[in-house]
Design a protein around this ligand. Structure first.
Ligand SMILES: CC(=O)N[C@H]1[C@@H](OP(=O)(O)OP(=O)(O)OC[C@H]2O[C@@H](n3ccc(=O)[nH]c3=O)[C@H](O)[C@@H]2O)O[C@H](CO)[C@H](O)[C@@H]1O
Ligand SMILES: [Mn+2]
Length: 119
C-alpha cells in the first residue's frame, strides 16, 4: 500500500476522478461498467459470502491493528476489487498502509495484509 499511497498523491490525483484497486491477474468474464461507480464500492469475497462471521478470515490476533473479534463484523470483503472516488480511496489506501506500518513496528503482519486492514 506504500507505493499506492505515494502514486495516488504524486500522480493519479491529477489524472483521475475514480480509482479502482484490483488484482493484476484479474480476468473479466462479464461487463464491468459504470454501475460500479460510486463513492466507495467493495465486493464480497467469493469464498465467504455464504459463510457465517466466525469463519471469515479476519485477523484474529489482538496484537494487530486489523484485529476483529469473533462476534463482530458483518461481511468479508475482497481486496481483489475495491474502488470509488479518488479522495475517498486515497484515505482508505493510506489508512491500510499506515495501519500495516503500525503492525510492522509491533512485529506483526495481518493475515491477509491490506485485505485484513480493509475489512
Ligand atoms: C483464492 C483466492 O480468492 N485468494 C485470495 C488472493 O487471490 P490470489 O491468489 O489471486 O492473489 P494474488 O497472488 O493474485 O495476489 C494478489 C495481488 O497482489 C498483487 N501482488 C501479489 C504478489 C506480488 O508479489 N506482487 C503483487 O503485486 C497482484 O496485484 C496480485 O494480483 O488475494 C485476493 C486479494 O488480492 C483475495 O483476497 C483472495 O482471497
Ligand atoms: Mn489474483
Amino acid at each position: 500500500m506504500k507505493w499506492a499511497t505515494i502514486t495516488i498523491d504524486k500522480q493519479i490525483r491529477h489524472e483521475a476522478d475514480y480509482l479502482f484497486m484490483m488484482d493484476i491477474d484479474s480476468v473479466f468474464h462479464g461487463r464491468f461498467g459504470a454501475e460500479s461507480l460510486s463513492q466507495l464500492s467493495a465486493v464480497l469475497h467469493r469464498g465467504y459470502y455464504k459463510t457465517t462471521r466466525e469463519k471469515f478470515p479476519y485477523e484474529r490476533r489482538a496484537k494487530s491493528r486489523a484485529y476483529i473479534p469473533l462476534d463482530e463484523g458483518d461481511y468479508y470483503y475482497t481486496a481483489a476489487v475495491w474502488g470509488g472516488y479518488l479522495e475517498d480511496m486515497y484515505k482508505l489506501v493510506r489508512y491500510c498502509y499506515e495501519e500495516s506500518e503500525v503492525d510492522a513496528k509491533n512485529g506483526i503482519e495481518a493475515a491477509w495484509q491490506e485485505e485484513s486492514h480493509l475489512n
